[in-house]
Design a protein around this ligand. Structure first.
Ligand code: G3I
Length: 456
């Protein structure tokens, strides 16, 4: 008998039963040939492009009959009724999760399951492993500005992981402390360039830029300069000789210099710090030092470098007033960027960029590190997952802001340390801290992915 005929018979039968006066129980007549097939649950997922710790779930169940479906995201807790469209689910804790979709129709219930793994560095992975991130070094992720890091001469001579990572990831080096006056000019008429030479020679041999840091800094002037016994004129002549000798030595190898570092005070009104240089050379000592530098190496890119330029609008104003007074002697601004996961704001960082761009100066984010342990918790033994995610986001934000500046303004972003345990912040604040891109085992952190993400 034709299927349609049978439908009609059954339908009429059901109609008749529904009209029967004796209200007997309605029996569902299901003809052997008109059976409802049990629904077969199925779903797919994709990893969110914006957030590698989130997945988009799609219910791909197909059925000739009405059915309902509920999710179990594998995180414990209540099942969730399926909604139209995609379900976005975020996993904040590393581990393995089994996701289940349960579909039910008149003929019964079926389930579909998939297992995912959440990795601290990569985010969500299928259980057959995480797709390795591109093995480019940071320096290959951008060709519009230098990606730099600091080093020390003993780490260069030791080689090993330190120099391997330097060569793989970076194309610019800054001496953390060994190209400062107290190291290079330890006593009158006595220069010691040995450490600086080791760093510069390694960089040149590996086709890396060198950023000279820092010719004049009140916190790195040798005792004999602080207690200089000659006249003011002799002091100024000594400073000129030091700048000239140093820059001449590294001419053609050191692309750029922080000529003066941190000359603006933190106190109210942000005056010039009353350093020995100001006391002995006068209020225009900064301009004099830039003139000495310009004379010594006309091809060098000359920076004024300071901190809290984003965090303090008053200091920012004072710094740009100082820079404006240097006229054509200054080529760029070094914003150190010792910041944290919570500050400065995007707007304040952008304000530094805007003030630099409006002057046509090059911009160097010169000492980037991002603090996480703002509570100064002495008991922390590792970087909390939630803090790691916020640090990753902040690195991405900062690099994204930098990456958006006009190409003629771009110079470089230098991170102030390679491994977390080597950071100056650990001693400075005296509490555990993980402010950089690599952990103590030279493993890339989520922060590294944030830096890469800012370059996309
Ligand atoms: O390596 C020597 C060690 O051999 C010696 O026994 C010991 C005692 O004298 O000194 C060690 O060198 C120290 C060096 O850090 C390495 O740890 C120097 O004394 C010490 O002065 C030096 O401090 C550096 C500081 O600037 C002063 O130069 C920090 O590493 C460095 O991170 C810090 O960086 C500054 C920037 O230049 C300017 N912006 C702020 C930033 C943080 O303070």
């Amino acid at each position: 008998m034709e299927k349609i005929t049978k439908y009609l018979i059954v339908s009429l039968g059901l109609f008749w039963l529904s009209c029967s006066s004796d209200n007997e129980e309605i029996k569902t007549i299901v003809d052997d040939d008109i059976s409802v097939v049990e629904v077969q649950a199925s779903f797919e997922y994709t990893i969110s492009e914006e957030d590698p710790y989130a997945i988009l779930l799609e219910n791909t169940t197909e059925s000739d009959s009405d059915f309902s479906a509920v999710w179990d995201f594998g995180k414990g807790g209540e099942k969730v009724a399926d909604k139209a469209g995609f379900e976005e689910v975020r996993y904040t804790e590393t581990g393995e999760y089994t996701i289940t979709l349960e579909a039910t129709n008149v003929a019964g219930t079926s389930t579909a399951t998939k297992t995912i793994k959440v990795d601290q560095r990569y985010g969500v992975c299928s259980t057959n492993g995480c797709e390795e991130l591109p093995q480019n070094g940071l320096k290959e992720e951008t060709d519009t500005f230098a990606v730099g890091v600091i080093t020390q001469s003993y780490r260069i001579s030791e080689g090993g992981n330190h120099t391997q990572v330097l060569k793989k990831e970076f194309n610019s080096l800054t001496a953390e402390y060994e190209m400062k006056m107290n190291i290079m000019y330890p006593s009158p008429n006595n220069y010691d360039f040995s450490a600086g030479d080791a760093i510069v020679d390694f960089a040149v041999a590996n086709d890396m830029y060198v950023h000279g840091h820092a010719l004049i800094w009140h916190e790195a002037s040798p005792d004999w300069v602080e207690n200089f016994t000659g006249s003011d004129a002799e002091f100024e002549k000594m400073v000129e000789d030091y700048i000239t000798t140093t820059m001449t030595r590294y001419k053609g190898k050191v692309r750029s210099w922080d000529v003066v570092n941190e000359a603006v005070d933190e106190s109210a009104g942000n005056p010039l710090r009353n350093s020995i240089f100001r006391q002995r050379m006068g209020g225009d000592y900064v301009k004099k030092c830039f003139q000495f530098a310009r004379n010594a190496d006309p091809d060098a890119i000359l920076f004024y470098n300071d901190f809290n330029i984003a965090a303090s609008s008053g200091k920012r104003t004072a710094i740009f007033d100082l820079v404006d007074g240097l006229g054509g002697l200054v080529d760029g601004l070094g914003a150190q960027m010792h910041i944290s996961i919570d500050y400065p704001s995007t707007e304040d960082i952008q304000a530094v960029v805007d003030a630099t761009v409006s002057r046509g100066l090059k911009l160097h984010f010169s000492e980037l590190d991002i603090r996480t342990n703002l509570e100064n918790d002495k008991n922390l033994s590792s970087l909390p997952t939630e803090k790691a995610a916020r640090q990753k986001a902040k690195f991405k934000e900062v690099v994204n802001i930098y990456n958006a500046v006009p190409s003629e303004i771009k110079f470089g972003v230098t991170v102030w340390g390679l491994r977390d345990n080597e950071s100056w912040l650990v001693d400075f604040f005296g509490v555990p801290e993980w402010p950089l891109l690599f952990d103590e085992n030279y493993n890339k952190k989520q922060a590294y992915d944030g830096f890469v993400g800012g370059l996309q």
